[in-house]
Design a protein around this ligand. Structure first.
Ligand code: ATP
Ligand code: MG
Length: 221
């Protein structure tokens, strides 16, 4: 991971509205350098919005959102992508093999690295069970991949990326407890040198967090 451009994340008095309705109304968060920061809050409270602002899907309306004192809006996209591995609630897959679908997170990854990431994401055994394993074309699977399988492919990308910051939106929401525990163990092993922002409704996931913040009515406490 490239540490030269990476540093303290600042979230200070951030305000944001998609249209008229304010979603984030002065959000401030003490972000640790590393470790697992849990974010909870009821559906619609703005958890995904906050993660997406950190990835610059949109720019904030006011306040400070920065990495190493550089405003997110002023960091070039390539640098920002290098700093962040992510898994959002919608995993987009394209028409190529499973292996290539995961490789997009690190274009020069070896097959071993891809498999390692898939083991961390608890999707390796499933992929091996497919007719052509890692070479199975996603297109041929059509809509047969379950929500949880797609999710774990998205998570494998985040592990493969191996960036200093991981943004994870409900990484285990569709999973049974066995798969979940594999993934939570992997995350615990990564936390030593990474900042992991973990959004989840599940208490089981929050148990691995070093700190938990709650989003409510556009604010965080
Ligand atoms: P959940 O737990 O259900 O995932 P959340 O806390 O992640 O919820 P967000 O997805 O951040 O909530 O949504 C916050 C609010 O912003 C919701 O009222 C939602 O309808 C609205 N919203 C989200 N995305 C958009 C968008 N692209 N355009 C307009 N409104 C949006
Ligand atoms: Mg969400």
């Amino acid at each position: 991971a490239d540490q030269t451009t990476y540093g303290q994340v600042t979230i200070e008095d951030v305000t944001f509205a998609y249209e008229k309705e304010t979603i984030l109304d002065g959000v401030s968060l003490d972000v640790p350098k590393q470790g697992i920061l849990g974010i909870v809050g009821k559906s619609g409270s703005g958890k995904s919005t906050l993660l997406k602002l950190l990835m610059r899907f949109w720019d904030v309306d006011s306040g400070k959102l920065a990495i190493a004192d550089r405003e997110i809006g002023k960091i070039n996209t390539e640098d920002l992508r290098r700093m962040q591995g992510y898994m959002i609630q919608e995993t987009h897959l394209f028409c190529d093999s499973i292996a290539e679908n995961i490789r997009i997170a690190k274009l020069d990854a070896t097959r071993e690295e891809i498999e390692e990431a898939c083991k961390k994401a608890s999707i390796h055994d499933f992929i091996l069970s497919l007719p052509q394993g890692y070479d199975t074309p996603v297109g041929e699977l059509g809509d047969t991949l379950s929500g949880g399988e797609r999710q774990r492919i998205g998570l494998a990308r985040a592990f493969l990326h191996d960036a200093p910051m991981m943004l994870l939106d409900e990484p285990t929401s569709n999973l049974d407890s066995l798969n979940e525990s594999v993934i939570l163990r992997s995350l615990r092993e990564e936390r030593g040198d990474k900042l992991i922002l973990l959004v989840s409704h599940r208490d089981s996931a929050m148990r691995i967090a070093d700190q938990v913040y709650q989003m409510k009515e556009g604010r965080v406490s």
